[in-house]
Write a protein that binds this ligand. Sequence first.
Ligand code: HEM
Length: 130
Amino acid sequence: MSDADRVFQSYGRSCNNPAFYEDFYNNFMQKSPEIRAMFVNTNMEAQRALLRGGIMWLVMHARGLPDTKIRALGESHSRDKMNINPMYYGMWVDALMETLQKYDTEFSADLEQCWRRSLRPAIEMIQSMY
Ligand code: HEM
């Protein structure tokens, strides 16, 4: 099975559990007070739903879908809009891996590398649009 297929199935085993997204933001916000501060005025219920779609875009991009949605994320997170410094994406991916480890019953070190390889091109595109 290709990396992109393994990642798609891994997300399929995880994405339907609402607690996944709560845990993700807890893990992510624990990484830095700056990150926590960015979400103080955010409706987290809505944000968790948006994240669900956002991760799906990354996963679908790895499976060959066009980069339209990735570019839209690059645009919305850019300096002139939400101003998300590229340094935060490493923490975002780490938080995602910690959350997957908890919710995907078939998670492994090998699958983690698969995820990281698959997400890299989209993440680099978003960072480069800063
Ligand atoms: C590739 C990884 C990421 C994905 C898929 C993602 C996804 C999203 C989505 C879908 C939204 C809703 C608005 C929109 O569609 O643009 C959003 C908003 C937001 N994201 Fe991200 N994001 C990512 C990385 C980050 C990082 C690293 C940060 C840094 C802390 C961040 C901070 C925010 C903030 C502050 C908002 C606005 C919240 C509000 O409306 O109050 N995101 N993100």
